[in-house]
Each structure stands twice: as structure tokens, then as C-alpha cells.
Ligand binder design. Structure first.
Ligand code: NAP
Length: 301
């Protein structure tokens, strides 16, 4: 199964349709060599884009350590990271609670730290991790301009933004934001209904869908909704001739007209290899709405 690279936005970068998420890397307990082998395995599959964030514990450093073992891998991948969540609460008076920070200084410092930890000169894309209620968009625009001009970041995007937050930041930028990275899975697809993906379609910007498997909850939760969704997935696995529920979930996601790229959070390369066969599944409209109906607990009006 070959995984296509797709244009993220007008004048944006090309990312692989499946993106490997590295949020949980610290929990995988892999040696640097094993981390490099994992990276090589998914790149071989065609998953060339990787997602990280300054707030993901030591994930950037662990990834950087692996990359250092074979620096030729840098030119084969696109690296995305995020800034803006200012750490865990400490007992110091300046930082009693975790908070967002999108000041110019915080953006520059966070990005330079990410580059250092990853052991690279440039990020392919930098995203605002979460909307900051105190965000001064002119200051963000200034920081982006500095990072672009100094060759430290090629493209910019956002994550978990509402339509109006996206529009506001976009209004100050010379180039298109390349994505809004948002949660999409059969237990939570609010963004299909609150205008978020409508806006992205209008602008020809692809969402990056995070936690497509609800972080694994889709297979474990005992709620009525999760049980209905699992029953529906079992039926669809048989009908579509799929080999796993994950395949059906990704096929459901990729059928959406906003053309999302799907973040994979698994550490299991065999599971990843199976999942990407979603690209070959042909889910029809009734089947798509069957999963929607299972999630909602009622049919369409
Ligand atoms: N922008 C944001 O705010 C934001 C928020 C969250 C995540 N993200 C990004 O999105 C990426 C993906 O998120 P995610 O890790 O939550 O993705 P996910 O793919 O929904 O969840 C991955 C988890 O599900 C488990 N899993 C997969 N298949 C399973 C199965 N059949 N049965 C039981 N468990 C199963 C995986 O375990 P195995 O490792 O054993 O397969 C892994 O622990 C992250 O790495 C991060 O890059 C972004």
C-alpha cells in the first residue's frame, strides 16, 4: 500500500496522508537504536511526516537522539512541532499554574528549544498547540516572521482552534496557515459539526486529525456509545473485508470531504502497517452514516 503525500494548504508543504505521532514516545521505553528502527520502518511504509510538541515530556529529545544515529533520515521526513503550553505547575510564585503563553519571547524560546532537542536546524511546520485567551495576534505574527526569516521554521499552523480564532490569526499572516490539528474519531467528531472543517474546506486547508482511535478508548470504554460503535465497527470490518477495526476507523475519517491527514499514535509497527490499508477500503455513504448513527445513538432527522 503506497501512502500518498498531499498538499496541506495553498503554497503549503506536502505531508504524508498518515502522520506518525510521537506524543507517547517516552512511554515506549525504546533504546535510541530501536527508536531509529521504528522511524525507518514507518518512513519505509511512506509515513514520512512526524508530529511532536514542546510539551510532550522528553519526546523531542528522544526523537532527536534517534535521528542523530542516522542523520541522513532528516531529509526523508517532515517534522512538525508545537508551542504554547507553558509546562507543568511548579511551586514558584511566577508559575503556580500551567498556562498558555504565546508571547513573542515564549514562541521564539520554545521553538529554539525544540530545535535543540530534535537536533535539527529547521522545523517543517510549527503549530500553536492550543488557543491562548491572551494571544496577541500581531505579536504571534511578528514571531512567525522572525522564525521564518531566520530559517528556523518553514510553515505555520494551529491546533484546537475555533473558526474565529483561526480567522483572527490568519488575518495577520502573509501566508496561509497550513492546518488546524484537531481531535477527530468516532467518539468525538464535533469539528465536523461546529464549522471547523467547513472553514478548512473553504480555505483548502487540510485538518490533521489527532487521537483517531480516541487514544485507544474506542476499544476499551464500556459506555453505551463505545459499545454501539464497536458493534458497528465489527459489522463494517466484515462487510468491507477489512482486517481490523482501526482500518475501518481510518477509512471513515479519510472519507470526510475536508480530506484530513490522520495522526497515528501507535507504537506497534505491525498495527500501523495494517492500519494504512484503510486507504484501499471503499466505504460507501450508508456505511459512513452507520458509524455516525452508532456514535450518536440516533439516526439522521
Ligand atoms: N494537538 C493536540 O492537542 C494533540 C492531542 C493529542 C494527540 N496529538 C497528536 O496525535 C497523535 C496521536 O494521538 P493518540 O496517541 O491519542 O492516537 P490514537 O491512535 O488515538 O491512540 C494511540 C493509542 O491507542 C492504542 N491502540 C491502538 N490500537 C489499539 C487497539 N486495537 N486496542 C487497544 N489499544 C490500541 C495505542 O497502543 P499501541 O501503542 O500498543 O498500539 C496507543 O496507546 C499524538 O502522538 C500526537 O502527536 C495531538
Amino acid at each position: 500500500m503506497s501512502i500518498p503525500k498531499v498538499l496541506m494548504a495553498p503554497n503549503g508543504p506536502h505531508f504524508s496522508r498518515f502522520v506518525q505521532g510521537y506524543w507517547r514516545l517516552g512511554a515506549w521505553n525504546l533504546t535510541a537504536q530501536q527508536r531509529l528502527s521504528f522511524l525507518k520502518s514507518h518512513v519505509e511504509l511512506g509515513i514520512t511526516t512526524v508530529d511532536n510538541a514542546a510539551i510532550y515530556g522528553n519526546s523531542e529529545s528522544l526523537f532527536g537522539e534517534a535521528l542523530k544515529l542516522d542523520t541522513s533520515m532528516r531529509s526523508k521526513i517532515e517534522i512538525v512541532s508545537k508551542f504554547g503550553i507553558n509546562g507543568i505547575a511548579t511551586s514558584t510564585s511566577e508559575k503556580r499554574v500551567s498556562h498558555y503563553d504565546s508571547s513573542k519571547e515564549a514562541i521564539i524560546t520554545s521553538t529554539e528549544t525544540s530545535l535543540k532537542r530534535l537536533g535539527i536546524d529547521k522545523l517543517d511546520a510549527l503549530l500553536v498547540h492550543r488557543p491562548d485567551l491572551l494571544m496577541n495576534v500581531d505579536e504571534v505574527a511578528e514571531a512567525f516572521e522572525l522564525l521564518y526569516r531566520s530559517g528556523k521554521v518553514e510553515h505555520f499552523g494551529v491546533s484546537n482552534f475555533t473558526r474565529s480564532q483561526f480567522q483572527l490569526l490568519q488575518s495577520r499572516l502573509p501566508n496561509a496557515l497550513i492546518t488546524n490539528q484537531v481531535e477527530i474519531n468516532p467518539l468525538n467528531f464535533d469539528v465536523f459539526e461546529d464549522g471547523t472543517t467547513d472553514q478548512l474546506q473553504e480555505l483548502k486547508v487540510r485538518p490533521m486529525a489527532w487521537s483517531c482511535l480516541a487514544g485507544g478508548d474506542i476499544f476499551n470504554l464500556q459506555t453505551e456509545q463505545a459499545l454501539r460503535v464497536r458493534n458497528s465497527l465489527d459489522d463494517l470490518v466484515c462487510e468491507l473485508g477489512a482486517s481490523s477495526s482501526e482500518q475501518v476507523i481510518y477509512a471513515w475519517l479519510l472519507k470526510h470531504p475536508s480530506n484530513p491527514v490522520a495522526l497515528i499514535g501507535s507504537s506497534n509497527i505491525e498495527r500501523i502497517k495494517t492500519s494504512v490499508f484503510a486507504l484501499g477500503l471503499n466505504m460507501n455513504t450508508e456505511q459512513w452514516y452507520r458509524l455516525w448513527t452508532a456514535a450518536k445513538g440516533h439516526g439522521v432527522a
